[in-house]
Design a protein around this ligand. Sequence first.
Ligand code: 5GP
Length: 191
Amino acid sequence: MQKLVERINRDGVIKPGGVLKVDSFLNHQIDPELSYEMAKEIYSLYSNENVDKILTIEASGIGLAVMTGHLFGCPVVFAKKTMSANISDNVYCVEVYSFTKKTTKQVIVSKEYIKPGERILLVDDFLAMGSALQGLKSIVEQAGASVVGAAIAIEKAFQPGGEKLRNEGMRIESLARIKSMSDDSIEFYED
Ligand code: 5GP
């Protein structure tokens, strides 16, 4: 998506270790116009899929997920990060390793909010190693629901998550796909 690529080139900050900071428009301050454009793109990609619900993970996927849910006219659920104590029977639970924070956290979704047979679209801000998407997929499967696909704002395609999950059969649509990142420049795939 050209507008997103331009914005990353203009305002993205490359950090050591393959981390891209986009705090000025996506991860801390949010540009609603750009988010809305991204949501429209996601809607056009998945509008034929009879999406019942959108699932994301807190916190930085929530803004884009809500915009997207508004266009689909469906609820948006976010997996909550939690300490491992007090996990109840009423939640689906999975461990997710954070590439940026280098920690493993349990994430939970109440059984009330994902039901068997529902068609779920996963939405997130970044795709890197694939742990977040893998975790969300596991929650959907635990619920007896199905993943129609994933919509990602920025895929760092030089990291293995996207390829691994596509090979496992998940449809993944990324609005910007980064081919490589050096200290001072970012190369994108054209598609
Ligand atoms: P994965 O689980 O695919 O390794 O990483 C996806 C999650 O980690 C996203 O939810 C995102 O919050 C975070 N993440 C991964 N790489 C980056 C990055 O380069 N920049 C930012 N801002 N977040 C990232």
